[in-house]
Design a protein around this ligand. Structure first.
Ligand code: MG
Length: 452
């Protein structure tokens, strides 16, 4: 049973639970387990320098060498570790509010550390047993603030530069004051796009917008795309691992649409391949795979699980419905900059506006509802729902990889307990909008029934 780590790292309110002392002690425990040269980087939160220095002190005291990469995207740290270092620590709270921060640990492949390694670190942490080295074995500190330039060049080399240059696209980039400030706009300018920027100064107060790239937070970007006649708007989250697109008409494009679009392109380019996603992602991913000689594997919800499965299977591409796309030949984690460049490459090669490319994809309607449920009741409720579905004379197919996923002739419904809040999420998808709503409501009623 894990006591500290969530789905990927530790995330807490700064200077309440997440103090320099906590960060440093956790870093010693990590350093005891992983050893060697450790890269450290983070997002532009006000607390990041404080936590970064604490983590670095902890690592040095464990005898690790530290390479400080500065303020940069989470995937840039993952890229660096995979190519040059023995491990890495990322200081970030992704899209959370400004009073939060977090610590993510990666292994030598730049992929989030395994559950076993997390438990080992927790053991050292809670037993107050971190091993510190003698004075002569304390590690060295070096900086590599040029790494981000290399990361940008690597993204540029992975797309069709000539096609993008010829397309002369006008793109609005909204970094939400986050870690993409030194990547996306620079990459797109070098590729020959006309780039206008919004919220591209790093600022831990997030003055322009909330760092989560959901529709409600992107009104300004949508307005600017429309008033400047841009071809595309791009929005990133705080640590620059997610990309959300606004089409040339100012429409917010759901993450599973861009996922399906890039999937289609990569499957056609590679004449097929294995796609990894989660059980909560659109059936469009399966449809596109079927039409393009691809295969789909679904994991439980969580980008780390998708990344691990991609590594284990040698899969071609993966992603989630929230705009997080994983290109495993580059980074074993969601990458915002390459996602942005790939979408622009597709628009350039196809010579079509994004709205048209999206309209050509399989269309589904989805509905997401939630209902409160105490944490200690979640398992029982799930079991009772699964029992009911198994006994249902309509013979619905059932998938219990994560929560309860029910396939009906109208589409599917997944009833999942949240890992962080006392709620169940009921997420339904159908070709018919009303049916999607009906199924999501059915999910709510099933949870309600067994809660009593
Ligand atoms: Mg993120």
């Amino acid at each position: 049973m894990k006591r500290l780590f969530g789905t990927f790292g530790v995330r807490r309110i700064v200077n309440q639970e997440l103090t320099p002392e906590f960060a440093s002690k956790l870093a010693v425990a990590y350093g005891n387990v992983i050893k060697g040269k450790i890269a450290v980087g983070g997002d532009p939160r006000t607390s990041t320098p404080m936590l970064k220095l604490a983590v670095e002190a902890g690592l040095l005291s464990a005898g690790c060498d530290v390479i400080d990469l500065g303020i940069l995207p989470t995937p840039a740290v993952q890229y660096a570790v995979r190519n040059y270092y023995d491990g890495g620590v990322i200081i970030t709270a992704s899209h959370n509010p400004p009073d939060y921060n977090g610590i993510k640990f990666v292994d030598k492949d730049g992929i989030g550390i395994s559950d076993e390694m997390e438990e080992e670190i927790e053991d050292i942490f809670f037993n107050d047993n971190p091993k510190r080295v003698n004075w002569q074995d304390i590690g060295d500190v070096n900086t590599n603030h040029d790494l981000v330039k290399e990361y940008r060049q690597q993204v540029i080399q992975r797309v069709d530069q000539k096609a993008i240059k010829d397309a002369k696209l006008k793109v609005i980039v909204d970094c939400g004051s986050g870690a993409a400030y030194n990547t996306t706009a620079y990459i797109l300018r070098e590729l020959g796009c006309e780039v206008l920027t919004l919220n591209c100064q790093p600022d831990g107060f997030f003055p322009g917008r909330d760092p989560e790239p959901i529709k409600a937070n992107l009104k300004e970007l949508i307005e600017v795309v429309k008033t400047t006649d841009a071809d595309l708007g791009l929005a990133h989250d705080g640590d620059a691992d997610r990309t959300i697109c606004i089409d040339e008409k100012g429409n917010f494009i759901l993450g599973d649409k861009t996922f399906a679009l890039v999937e289609k392109h990569l499957l056609q380019e590679n004449k097929g391949g294995l796609i990894v996603t989660t059980v909560a992602t659109s059936s469009a991913i399966y449809d596109v795979a079927q039409e393009n000689n691809g295969e789909v594997l679904a994991t439980a919800v969580g980008d780390l699980l998708v990344a691990r499965k991609l590594k284990e299977t040698g899969g071609l591409f993966g992603g989630e419905e929230n705009g997080g796309l994983i290109f495993p030949d580059f980074v074993y984690g969601r990458d915002a900059a390459l996602s942005a460049a790939k979408i622009i490459e597709i628009m350039s090669l196809e010579q079509k506006p994004l709205s048209k490319l999206v309209a050509d994809l399989p269309a589904y309607h989805s509905e997401k509802l939630k209902i409160e449920c105490p944490d200690d009741k979640k398992n029982e409720v799930m079991q009772l729902i699964a029992n009911e579905i198994n006994e249902d004379p309509r013979n619905f197919e059932l998938d219990t990889t994560d929560g309860v996923k029910i396939f009906t002739p109208d589409g599917w419904l997944i009833i999942r307990p949240s890992g962080t809040e006392p709620i169940f999420r009921c997420f339904a998808e159908s070709k018919n909008k009303n049916k999607a709503m009906e199924m999501a409501e059915w999910g709510i009623s099933l949870v309600g029934k067994y809660l009593k």
